[in-house]
Design a binder for this molecule. Structure first.
Ligand SMILES: *Cc1c(COP(=O)(O)O)cnc(C)c1O
Length: 432
């Protein structure tokens, strides 16, 4: 596989961009080799600057659920471009997207649009603290909620379960109010609640996607619901990844959960920078200008981004791809497990709706600890063989693969062949 032009750009980019990227995962650090630079994309395919074609399972880490350059979305964006780009005053698009979002999430009477998932979550935490008058939050090891200081603890890598910053530059003081619990372990939540009465909120990825895909058990979710209700602690459901992806109504619809505060991002902007947080009136009315919780943004609710979000959600609702996603994911699971078995490789496939991934481990993956038992060297071999065979997976063992509506049956047969070849390559590497 030729990656000469990517290498050239990577080398050039390193001079004035940190690691030649604007988000670390794009540097391919955990799989090594040359990070690809993209030229363009269309439908299910993405093309790098060397002209290599890949079926795209990254989909920009989720937003491009309709595939690239969906006709209807593009038409709408172009139409709005003609009106201007940003105004510093409100537009109708913001109201329309707000109506669409609140219609889907029963816990949301009002919503505030921001520019990223990170911003949505940090604002939701501020709001939860204001509403409850309490300071602490509980987060789960391995869940990622963006890069704000208080949430960079046990955020999918590094130090597992201590309240120690997961990044340099985050003062101990900034994380001292963040308590860590274990995913799928309700005792670890109960313990914090029993020991501390200064807890404002529990924040969770309803389907974890940032330690690889990890599903919550039914009991865990039920108990979490009961615990938060009984203790008056707010439940913040971070649906930045799962919103409109696992189901039109997000993971909450499937799990039967109504969050106190919901966070959105990724799909809701259809490829443009949009995040959102929303809740019932009583909570949202504390946000400025109605209340005293300050939160603002020069480009928040940007008209082009709103147009992209509106068109994406409309098209998704029309296509209603969720049953097909389920079938495709089941097909890929069968292929992965069969290829692994044939080659004597231990693999766990976790999946939910249009999110899936294969962990190279013998252990069932139910939390951060078990995810960590994965053999990342095997993943590295698998990843590059998949690339060679025209499939772009996220370059890390601990990222979800994403399905999109533009993927065809033919694409999936190609992926099947790639998986078979790549699993064999993993086995051959072991023999050496
Ligand atoms: C991606 C993600 C975020 C952060 O969103 P950004 O737009 O990257 O800031 C937060 N929470 C979850 C669950 C995510 O998957």
């Amino acid at each position: 596989m030729k990656l000469e032009k990517s290498l050239e750009l990577y080398t050039r980019g390193k001079k004035h961009l940190v690691g030649a990227v604007n988000s670390p995962v794009r540097a391919f650090k955990s799989v090594g080799g040359v990070p690809i630079f993209i030229d363009h994309a269309k439908g299910s395919k993405i093309y790098d600057v060397d002209g290599n074609e890949y079926i795209d399972f990254v989909l920009s880490y989720g937003p491009m659920i309709l595939g690239h350059r969906n006709h209807y979305v593009e038409k709408s964006i172009k139409k709005y471009l003609r009106n201007g780009y940003t105004f510093g005053a409100s537009t109708k698009g913001e109201i329309i997207l707000a109506e669409m979002v609140c219609d889907v999430f029963p816990g949301m009477d009002k919503v505030r649009f921001v520019n990223s998932g990170t911003e949505a979550v940090l604002s939701a935490i501020r709001l939860a603290r204001a509403f409850t008058g309490k300071d602490k939050i509980i987060k789960f090891a391995g869940c990622y909620h963006g890069h704000s200081d208080a949430l960079l603890v046990a955020a999918g890598s590094g130090l597992a379960t201590l309240s120690i910053p997961g990044s340099k530059g985050v003062p101990e003081d900034a994380v001292k109010n963040t308590l860590i619990a274990e995913y799928n372990n309700i005792d670890s939540v109960e313990k914090h609640l029993a020991e501390d009465n200064n807890i404002a909120a529990i924040i969770i990825e309803p389907i974890a996607g940032n330690m690889g895909v990890v599903l919550p058990t039914k009991e865990f979710i039920e108990e979490l619901k009961e615990l938060t209700k009984a203790s008056g602690v707010l439940l913040i459901v971070d649906e930045v990844m799962t919103g409109f992806r696992s189901q039109f109504g997000g993971a909450q619809e499937l799990l039967g959960v109504v969050a106190d505060i919901t966070c959105l991002g990724k799909v809701v902007g259809g490829g443009f920078p949009v995040g959102a947080y929303g809740a019932r009136n009583e909570i949202m009315e504390m946000v400025s200008p109605l209340g005293d919780v300050y939160q603002a943004g020069t480009l928040s609710g940007n008209p082009i981004a709103m147009a992209s979000g509106i068109a994406t959600l409309k098209e998704l609702k029309k296509q209603n791809p969720y049953k097909d996603f389920e079938k495709t994911a089941a097909f890929l699971e069968r292929v992965l497990l069969a290829a692994a078995k044939e080659n004597g490789i231990d693999v766990q496939v976790n999946r939910f709706g249009s999110m899936l991934n294969a962990f190279f481990t013998k252990e069932k993956v139910v939390d951060f600890k078990s995810a960590q038992t994965s053999d990342t060297k095997k993943f590295k071999t698998f990843f590059w063989k998949m690339m060679e065979n025209g499939v772009f997976l996220p370059p890390s063992q601990f990222e979800s693969w994403f399905l999109g509506t533009a993927m065809s049956k033919r694409d999936m047969y190609k992926v099947r062949t790639a998986i078979q070849i790549s699993m064999e390559a993993v086995a051959n590497k072991l023999k050496k």
